[in-house]
Design a protein around this ligand. Structure first.
Ligand code: AMP
Length: 403
């Protein structure tokens, strides 16, 4: 731990080492969405995002052995989970051939890797074709590593998992980050270790139990924490409020009350939505009403924050120096319950703060409301960014060489 609530993230990147004439095992995130019917890649975003590190390595005289997981083939070779379409797309974007291996650590992969020349690139098959990948099996990691001289990790979305291709190989090779991973470390790490103050954390989404770890860590470092979304109603009910049919986790009352106490002790402003927009069922096809969040009628469920909450939240956001946001303020997928998330997205975008959006639904929300260009950093890893903000030691980051 470099500071209370943060992990060491000051790691070497590809720019800090000599890669000339070296074989580089590059862990990418090529877990791209594909059309179930045609098998075609629906969105090449992750492939395009990998290009800066790949181009840098190739231009600096490295031979690149790229690898990634793709879907959940459950440790077996399954053609529908082959990375061959990724090799094709990558080749198109790089303007040079990408040699596709028929296996991961088998004869074909090791032969192609041995023959690979500086400036050339190959792609191994899906690392999850071997059950040893997710078990972080040392023998499997050793075989992967034996093809290369250096390990470069550029798959932020997988660094919270200790798998052979994200952590195991670092026991056999010097390991550094690629540019994508470095950007995540700089932005998220910077925001939580030396934020421009005030640091305002915004947390939302369905389940409070998923976010207790992050609330607990952010309480140590934030000046204000805004809590919206379905998770807010467990706080109201824990204090004796009436929340009707709203989302609630009764077994978390003690934990949320502890969070409130800790906020008072630490002088952290904890904001909950004083009012909400509710409907009689989980549907967009209802007539919404505005209600106080601690007095919701029995037959109603809160699905968005209300107008007074929007004013409270957006005023706090407007004064922030740094904002970290994870989770929507309501069921933003339904147009009648999207206003709260939209108002928060606009407030974040229009603030002068450094703004960091965790992946997943809040990233989808800023894109939906067309403000992504005004955000400092949108993380590529939902689960990883949450665990990073929890202050956890992420195995795929801890294993990299310190800068
Ligand atoms: P999470 O994965 O926990 O971040 O939750 C994201 C999901 O929470 C989104 O799909 C939202 O529709 C949902 N959500 C947010 N607020 C509410 C709410 N008040 N009631 C039910 N679902 C909600």
């Amino acid at each position: 731990m470099s500071k209370e609530g943060t992990v060491g993230y000051n790691k070497k990147s590809v720019a800090d080492i000599d890669v000339k004439g070296k074989k580089v095992l590059l862990r990418c995130d090529f877990n791209v969405p594909v059309d179930k019917e045609t098998g075609k890649i629906r969105d090449e975003g992750r492939i395009i995002a990998a290009l800066p590190t790949i181009n840098y390595l190739l231009e600096h005289g490295a031979a690149v052995i790229a690898c990634s997981h793709f879907g959940r083939p459950k440790g077996e070779f399954k053609p529908e989970f082959s990375l061959a379409p990724v090799a094709e797309s990558l080749s198109k974007h790089l303007g040079k051939p990408v040699k596709m291996a028929k296996d991961v650590v088998g004869e074909d992969a090791t032969r192609l890797a041995a023959e690979l020349k500086p400036g050339e690139i190959m792609l191994l098959e899906n690392t999850r074709f071997h059950a040893e990948e997710e078990k972080n099996d040392p023998e499997f990691a050793k075989k992967l590593a034996s093809m290369a001289d250096i390990f470069v990790s550029d798959a932020f979305g997988s660094v919270h998992r200790a798998h052979a291709s994200t952590e195991g190989v670092s026991h056999y090779l010097p390991a550094v980050s690629g540019f994508l991973l470095k950007k995540e470390l700089d932005h998220i790490g910077g925001a939580i270790s030396s934020p421009k103050r005030p640091l305002v954390a915004i947390l939302g989404g369905a389940k409070v139990s998923d976010k207790l770890g992050v609330i607990s860590n952010l309480l140590k470092i934030s000046d204000a924490i805004i809590i919206g979304g379905g998770m807010a109603y467990t706080f109201f009910k824990a204090e004796g409020g009436k929340i009707g049919k709203s989302l609630c986790e009764d077994n978390e009352f003690e934990s949320v009350l502890k969070c409130k106490e800790e906020a008072v002790e630490r002088g952290v402003k904890l904001l909950l939505p004083v009012d909400s927009i509710a409907g009689p069922e989980f549907s967009n096809d209802v007539d919404p009403i505005t209600v106080d969040s601690n007095a919701i009628p029995d037959d109603m469920m809160a699905m968005d924050i209300g107008p007074r909450a929007i004013v409270d939240f957006t005023s706090e956001i407007a004064n922030a120096g740094t904002i970290v946001w994870n989770g929507p303020m309501g069921v933003f997928e339904f147009s009648k319950f999207a206003e709260g998330t939209k108002a928060v997205a606009n407030a974040v975008a229009n603030s002068n703060a450094i703004s960091i959006i965790g992946g997943g639904d809040s990233a989808a929300a800023v894109r939906k409301f067309g403000v992504e260009d005004k955000i400092t950093h949108i993380s590529t890893g939902g689960g990883a960014s949450l665990e990073f903000m929890e202050g956890k030691v992420l195995p795929g980051i801890a294993c990299l060489l310190d800068a």
